[in-house]
Design a protein around this ligand. Structure first.
Ligand SMILES: [Cu+2]
Length: 159
């Protein structure tokens, strides 16, 4: 509602030039600059509004992708071999623009190929792993266009 006051039609660009003959160019220029300033402020306003949406807890819960559960779970021990990896988030994510990497002792072991899970908030993958301490680094894109990251540490035990 308040935004309508600043709309492009709020102050006419044409009227100053029509009324005063000599000053027309400067008047027109000034009004254009005025519009630019207003547009710039509106952009900043929407930016601030977007940021606020992400800061307010309830809104963030609907927007940011937060890892809710994982398989393997944090700190879990799983037997070596084919390991199923399932990451479940609080909101819908885009598997095509998300990435999961496995590291061991800070070195990348493999970049996992993600497949959509049973629900739009789940991604899954499989990895054939030998015994060792692994860290799974995930990065996902949620519907609000924000990327969130995190990691899950787990152990693979020898057979
Ligand atoms: Cu967000």
């Amino acid at each position: 509602m308040a935004l309508q006051c600043y709309g492009p039609t709020g102050k006419s660009w044409a009227s100053p030039s029509e009324e005063s003959g000599g000053k027309s160019d400067t008047g027109f220029l000034l009004s254009i600059i005025g519009e630019w300033v207003v547009l710039y402020r509106l952009n900043r306003l929407s930016l601030v509004f977007g940021l606020l949406l992400c800061l307010v807890p309830n809104a963030a819960a609907l927007a940011h992708a937060i890892l809710e559960t994982s398989q393997p779970a944090e700190g879990a021990a799983v037997p070596a071999g084919d390991i199923e990896i399932i990451l479940s988030y609080n909101s819908r994510i885009d598997p095509a623009r998300s990435a999961v990497t496995l590291t061991m002792a800070g070195k990348t072991v493999s970049k996992l190929t993600l497949t959509p899970g049973d629900a739009p908030n789940i991604v899954r993958s499989t990895a054939h792993l030998a015994a060792g301490k692994y860290v799974l680094h995930w990065q996902v894109l949620s519907l609000d266009g924000h990327i969130t990251r995190g990691q899950v540490s787990f152990n693979v035990t020898g057979s």
